[in-house]
Write a protein that binds this ligand. Structure first.
Ligand code: LLP
Length: 427
């Protein structure tokens, strides 16, 4: 986040508010999200891609009514992947034509709600879904704009990618073996569907541009094949999300303008070579927009020093507010933010309060050796896939999200209460 400062006493403040004051007012654990940073990142993406492209924020990274309003104000589009995300988007006033619906197993109910609302695009993920969406659109007397999600045979990981013919995963329709070409054939025959383009999403937390480049080339090739077979030039391509962010100082992420430049050049070049009109491009960043804008604030409860091994520092949250370490071996950094310490660094493991030994927030961290109960720790870059993947494990109360802007902090998602938990129990 861009408004985080540390004063001479070692006390960190965000947007001018000290962590002690934040704790006092909102409690811990809590996520603090820098609204100006969020908006600045939306603008950076929009500016990088310019007028000839659309930026869809991937709501799965983190969504709330306030986020939807900010997106709307910043002229962003929104990718939703469930009925719940769609409901949030519509409830907070996102115009339906700026919403895209994703998912590999959308229910009839979800499809119906999206078509009825008039979403700008449904991204078709299977042959069954082609028929389903067409049927529902017919019933509602609508013609639904759709894209076909293809798998281009690119396995992208953080620092590397592998280009293959096939991809072994559940999403999309394979380019390989003419599957995607067959999907195009079917969609073009259906009156209820208006095929606007091809979609490809190759993975997440990616630093290596080469995977996006292979994906762009293969998608343009499909566009050329479609023109050859059907005489139509599809007007759009979407190259998905996946741009990585810095979780630790070792990470060196690409900036939006770098990805915009690389993708724009490749698409233009490939289209020129194939004699195609350059289609309208869209992308779907989630993590790269919201991830860096938030940190989690925890209070230390207990400290156990295991001679010759490491020190376990337990905080008042854990895998219920950040499952990523346990689930993906994700790396985070952590800092003591409530005071300055000159004590020597010690190898620490920051763990949560859950009844499970895999409940780790930061696997290896150096914290000052005098870290003690009552200290506040901050874990940066928790804006994406932390609150959105939070759980009630051990009946934990999911933490609030507090937006900080120009010296003011306000809750945009409140802390759960025990009443919230009990409300779902019947009998
Ligand atoms: N578009 C599609 C079709 C996607 O499936 C995704 C993410 C995105 C866009 C946004 O990707 P991003 O720019 O945020 O990387 N829970 C995992 C990440 C799962 C991503 C799923 N799809 C994590 O915490 O790392």
């Amino acid at each position: 986040s861009r408004t985080v400062r540390r004063d001479e006493d070692g006390v960190v403040s965000v947007g001018g508010i000290s962590v002690a004051d934040l704790k006092e007012e909102f409690g811990t654990p809590a996520y603090f999200l820098d609204e100006d940073d969020f908006r600045a990142r939306c603008r950076a993406w929009k500016d990088a891609f310019g007028e000839e492209a659309d930026v869809f924020y991937a709501g799965k990274a983190f969504l709330s009514r306030a986020i939807v309003r900010w997106l709307h104000e910043e002229g962003m589009n929104l990718d939703v992947c469930s009925g719940g995300e769609l409901a949030t988007a519509l409830a907070a006033g996102m115009p339906a034509e700026r919403i895209a619906l994703h998912g590999n197993n959308k229910s009839d109910g979800e499809i119906r709600r999206a078509v009825e609302a008039g979403v700008g695009r449904i991204v078709l993920d299977s042959f069954q879904e082609i028929a389903r969406v067409a049927h529902i659109a017919d019933e509602l007397g609508k013609r639904q704009p759709v894209q076909i999600r293809v798998t281009v045979g690119v396995e992208a990981h953080t620092h590397e990618f592998i280009a293959t013919a096939h991809e072994d995963q559940k999403f999309g329709i394979a380019l390989a073996d003419g599957q995607a070409a067959e999907a195009v054939r079917r969609v073009l025959k259906l009156d209820g569907l208006e095929l606007t383009g091809i979609h490809s999403h190759i993975g997440s937390q990616i630093f290596d541009m080469a995977g996006f480049e292979v994906s762009a080339r293969r998608v343009v090739q499909l566009l050329a094949d479609v023109r050859e077979e059907h005489g139509v030039e599809l007007p759009e391509i979407d190259l998905g999300g996946g741009l990585g962010i810095a979780y630790t100082p070792d990470d060196d992420p690409r900036e939006p303008h770098e990805i915009a430049k690389a993708l724009g050049e490749i698409v233009r070049h490939e289209c020129e070579a194939a004699g195609l009109r350059v289609p309208r491009l869209s992308v779907e960043p989630g993590r790269a927009i919201v991830g860096p804008t938030a940190f989690t604030l925890y209070e230390v409860g207990t400290v156990k020093e295991l001679e010759g091994l490491r020190t376990y520092v337990s905080v008042d949250g854990g895998m219920s507010d950040n499952i990523r370490t346990a689930l993906y071996d994700a790396e985070y950094s952590v800092a003591l933010v409530s005071r300055r310490s000159e004590a020597a660094p010690m190898l620490s493991r920051v763990v949560g309060k859950h009844c499970e030994s895999g409940d780790i927030v930061v696997r290896d961290a150096f914290l000052p050796s005098d870290v003690a109960p009552g200290d506040l720790l901050a874990v940066p870059a928790t804006g994406a896939y932390c609150r959105s993947m939070a759980s009630n494990y051990n009946h934990a109360l999911r933490p609030p999200v507090v937006a900080v802007r120009q010296g003011e902090a306000r809750v945009i998602v409140r802390r759960e209460t025990e009443e919230d938990l009990l409300r779902l129990d019947v009998g």
